[in-house]
Design a protein around this ligand. Structure first.
Ligand code: MN
Length: 477
């Protein structure tokens, strides 16, 4: 994926100035140290040039967004036709080639050339006038803090592009009677682009039957290289490998990057996929338990934003009021990318579902700041809830709870944080990400046009309720 850099100008200043603007723009692009590449495309001087470059950006599958900058004054009526048809995320980079005003060198030629303070205001006006969703980054282009803001926007734009073509494979339906994992798939496809469709568990079982012992040998060797085998029950481990190979084969065949299943529909399967789902998540696939396709998709999107990051499907389980901590875990399916140490493969009985004891990865999550994210269908609209949390090393060993687990304290404080989450309607399933920042969440929600509710150190239940009422006005109930 690439980002396009377009500089705004006009013919007023003469050819020498335009040449200088181009050279300076190329230098700025070369000086940006970002997670995804930026390519200088052109210095735009006419409506036709702008309209053409936007058309090309829209149709280029690799173009994840455009960055604009007006080195000189670029009259904004030239931009209206192009911006009106822009379908890619837009960042307005309000920067300037020079850091300071040179006392001796400044004259009227200099003023004509270095006037983004002037030209970018015209550019900002048209963005505001057209109500364009855009991210504005202001500051000197060599400043690492300024570049970090562009990097955040890039992550959000990559997530948005990924979202627009994301396919989610559902094995079975949602867990019976559960409300929060439901949602309007048609509306979600219109807004997020997700193609969410179901495949029969029987088809997965058929695919499992085709997996050979040699293929299982190879995957088990990979497990051994990554994890400590802490069980004698290799049959169970091999069964999970069989499940993983079959699931991935269907995902690859369908071009899907996320999947869900449910323990209530494992017809013909001996074990709920545990290790299988965990290892698939570590490879970048999104997963949602109990048919939770929304959390599956969001996990995949955040993994696409941070390919080497620490992101997992997660579930809030139980509280410790004294230590002010939430124990987060799941029956099985937590991604080993968030593990503090080398995970162990263990086999234990599962209390629900009535199947054989499944192999799973057991580990403790790492300490650090993170966000818990939940996308809910709020009725006629999607609401993304993002809560700042602080993960801590679990304060006790819990020897009889052989699952991957982590503990965290929500912001703004334990009890106020819990209250806010409940008021906002956040699910028991979340995506837990140690990487995603406030700016990435905000940029992503803005690009996708969805309601965003942030619960952080500044949130109170009172301010949150007001925000939710505003959301009802903006998006309709
Ligand atoms: Mn669950």
């Amino acid at each position: 994926m690439k980002f396009w850099f377009v500089t705004g100008s006009q013919f007023l200043y003469g050819e020498d100035t335009i040449r200088q603007v181009e050279a300076d723009s190329k230098e700025i692009v070369a000086g940006l140290k970002l997670p995804f590449p930026v390519e200088y495309k052109l210095t735009a001087k006419t409506n036709a040039e702008i309209t053409q470059i936007v058309r090309e950006a829209n149709y280029d599958d690799e173009c994840a967004g455009i960055i604009t900058f007006c080195h000189t004054f670029s009259p904004s009526k030239m931009w209206i036709n192009g911006l009106a048809m822009l379908q890619k995320p837009w960042l307005h980079f309000h920067t300037q080639y020079n850091e300071t005003i040179p006392n001796e060198a400044i004259d009227m030629d200099y003023m004509n050339l270095h006037q983004s303070a002037h030209g970018d205001r015209e550019h900002g006006f048209i963005g505001a006038r057209m109500r364009m969703p855009r991210t504005v980054v202001a500051g000197y282009w060599k400043d690492p803090a300024v570049q970090a803001q562009i990097a955040d926007w890039q992550r959000a734009a990559v997530g948005a592009l990924f979202s627009k073509s994301l396919k989610v494979v559902r094995f079975g339906d949602n867990m019976r009677e559960v409300a929060v994992t439901e949602g309007d798939k048609v509306e979600t496809q219109i807004v997020m682009g997700w193609q969410v469709n179901t495949w029969a568990v029987g088809d997965l079982v058929k695919e499992m039957d085709k997996v050979t012992e040699a293929e299982i040998d190879t995957l088990v060797k990979e497990y051994e290289s990554l994890y400590t085998i802490a069980t004698d029950d290799m049959d169970s481990v091999r069964y999970q490998a069989r499940e993983e190979i079959a699931i991935e084969r269907i995902l690859v065949r369908e071009g899907a990057k996320a999947f869900s299943n449910t323990f209530q529909d494992l017809y013909g399967m001996k074990q709920l996929p545990g290790l299988a789902s965990q290892h698939l998540m570590s490879k970048g696939y999104g997963f949602g338990a109990e048919g939770d396709w929304k959390t599956a998709a969001m996990t995949a999107i955040i993994k696409a934003m941070y390919p080497d990051g620490q992101t997992s499907f997660m579930e809030d389980y139980t509280y410790d009021y004294k230590h002010e901590l939430i124990l987060g875990s799941h029956m099985l399916e937590v991604c080993p990318s968030i593990a503090a140490d080398r995970p162990r493969i263990e086999v234990h009985k599962l209390g629900i579902g009535g199947k054989e004891p499944p192999a799973r990865l057991v580990f403790e999550g790492r300490a650090g700041t993170a966000k818990a994210l939940s996308l809910i269908d709020a009725g006629g609209r999607l609401r993304l809830i993002a809560q700042d949390v602080t993960c801590e090393k679990p304060f006790q060993t819990m020897p009889n709870l052989p699952v991957a687990r982590t503990m965290w304290r929500p912001q703004p404080s334990f009890l106020e944080g819990l209250k806010c989450w409940i008021i906002a309607g956040g699910a028991h399933h979340t995506v837990l990400s140690y990487n995603i920042t406030d700016d990435v969440v905000r940029d992503f929600a803005r690009i996708m046009g969805i309601e965003l509710v942030c619960i952080n150190a500044d949130t109170t239940a009172v301010s949150l309720e007001r925000d939710l009422m505003l959301g009802d006005i903006i998006y309709g109930r």
